[in-house]
Ligand binder design. Structure first.
Ligand code: NAP
Length: 485
């Protein structure tokens, strides 16, 4: 098992097809959150290495942009197959550095492959237009071309699939990339380099640099050769990158933080809602941007929902991700645990009651009990802030309009969920929610075929769906005159 995994565990940057260390030789330690033990190191790179990676990508772009969409699609199909052939090893690597259960890690790797396949197909359909001309002797063409070098910065919570959503459309569109994975989970990012090499993607088309976030970020934002920045991470860092990218007027896509509401109405199927709630809250130990942050439940089913959710959480098996049967792994680090403890302390001081969990797990380290808090009120900290941990606050409401208002009362607008039976209500609530993603009677909704992306301060642009490739393309209008017709 480890031999296969270590085949993907690269401890170097990939620049212009060469695996290289940082100029200084400095490194960053990578640890396994389940054990706290060091797994290995990766280069601590800065501006100089990033600049070289951008130049390598710019050089590779000259020929990559000229390959046909079909040629790129064939390579991407090979990439898809290589991911699926190595799903188990890639999942193990992911679990080792990130902590999530092996089942979830396999799911994430499968999702990465799905994005690659989807864009292998979509890349062949980046149609332009031939527009009816208002002039007899001129013709109008609209074409789509790759934007050029793109830079991708990704977080630790989905270290494989967040890159798939960026590498996929970039490859398909004919762009070349410089990628910076999160420092806590760099190996799943570097594994993309191994896979790309193995399927024959030309040198320099995909470059990967690990190291100092601010130095790498500054170079990517300021270098005029980079034509697009695509970022997944916190709203705070997203705003910094938006400002920095403004100087060279780059295209930007931002997949940022969330504060997902999960509404349960009196006419909902409560058992189905509880099932959806567990998936939408405790997946990845609550560390996803689409994880429910606030359960907002109507008075008539409030007690039933709370009891059933608490009972379901007591059954969740907490443990190391690599252990058979584990459903909830550790949190990413000690800081994440302290943040969760702070939320619980604040809520209980303001009248919230812990119904299940509420403290560090007996396994120690960064393991935390799946937690449900009833009688949540809007003055509690998690009403506004992203929890990013396995804590479910349950708020109560009486009227439909009140629930929608509460749900929308946030700066975020990424994912939302609601459970209801009445069709009129379903449409009213669906149209009332100011969110980019809405799950109606469903708790897990992400798929490569649909556009993923937030409204308000949750971001700009879409990933997935046919929309996801648009930001990697420039639209050009061409007027052909003097035709003498
Ligand atoms: P983060 O702190 O914003 O980090 C994300 C990435 O940005 C990491 O690679 C990080 O590098 C890098 N970074 C940090 N500061 C930077 C800077 N000044 N310049 C350039 N890059 C910089 O977020 P996180 O804690 O890893 O991830 C959790 C957040 O991501 C949550 O808010 C979550 O909601 C959001 N998220 C959103 C989506 C979505 O699709 N909307 C998906 C997943 C996660 P280092 O690792 O080296 O610090």
């Amino acid at each position: 098992m480890l031999q296969k995994t270590s085949h993907f565990m690269k401890t170097a940057n990939l620049i212009g097809g060469e695996w290289v260390q940082s100029d200084s030789g400095d490194t960053i330690d990578v640890t396994n959150p389940a054990t706290g033990l060091k797994i290995g190191t990766v280069p601590k790179s800065g501006r100089a290495e990033t600049k070289r990676a951008v130049e390598a990508a710019a050089e590779a772009f000259k020929s990559w942009r000229k390959t046909s969409a079909l040629e790129r699609s064939k390579l991407m199909r090979k990439l898809h197959d290589a991911i699926m052939d190595n799903q188990d090893s890639l999942a193990e690597l992911l679990t080792m550095e990130q902590g999530k259960s092996l089942t979830e890690a396999k799911g994430e790797v499968g999702m990465s492959a799905a994005y690659i396949l989807w864009y292998a197909e979509e890349g062949r359909r980046t149609y332009g237009d031939a527009v009816p001309s208002p002039w007899a002797d001129r013709r109008i063409l609209v074409t789509k071309e790759p934007v050029g070098v793109i830079a991708a910065i990704t977080p630790w919570n989905f270290p494989s699939s967040m890159l798939a959503r960026k590498i996929g459309p970039a490859l398909a569109a004919g762009c070349t990339s410089v990628v910076k994975p999160a420092s806590q989970t760099p190996y799943s990012g570097l594994a993309w380099g191994v896979l790309a090499e193995e399927v024959g993607i030309p040198k320099g088309v995909l470059n990967i640099v690990t190291g100092s976030a601010s130095e790498i970020g500054d170079e990517l934002c300021e270098n005029p050769l980079v034509r697009k920045i695509t970022f997944t991470g916190s709203t705070e860092v997203g705003k910094v990158l938006l400002k920095k990218a403004a100087d060279t007027v780059k295209k930007v896509s931002m997949e940022l933080g969330g504060n997902a509401p999960f509404l349960v109405f009196d006419d909902a199927d409560v058992d189905r809602a509880v099932e959806g709630a567990v998936a939408a809250k405790y997946r990845n130990s609550g560390q996803t941007c689409v994880c429910t942050n606030r359960f907002i439940v109507q008075a008539g089913v409030y007690d039933e929902f709370v009891e059933k959710l608490a009972a379901a959480t007591r059954k969740l098996k907490v443990g190391p991700g690599l252990e058979e049967g584990t459903q909830q792994g550790p949190l990413i680090d000690e800081k994440a645990v302290e943040k969760v403890e702070e939320f619980i302390e604040d809520a209980t001081a303001k009248g919230g009651k812990v119904v299940s969990g509420g403290k560090r797990h007996e396994l120690g380290g960064t393991f935390f009990e799946p937690t449900v808090i009833r009688d949540a009120t809007i003055d509690m900290k998690f009403t506004k802030d992203e929890i990013f941990g396995p804590v479910a606050p349950v708020y109560r409401f009486e009227k439909e309009e009140e629930a929608v208002e509460m749900a929308n009362d946030t700066i975020y607008g990424l994912a939302s969920y609601f459970y209801a039976g009445d069709l009129g209500r379903v449409f009213r609530v669906m149209e009332g929610l100011k969110y980019g993603l809405i799950g109606v009677n469903e708790g897990i909704i992400t798929t490569a075929e649909a556009p993923f992306g937030g409204l308000k301060q949750s971001g700009l642009g879409k990933e997935g769906g046919h929309q996801g490739i648009e930001d990697y393309l420039d639209t050009k209008y061409i007027c052909i005159g003097g035709l003498g017709l």
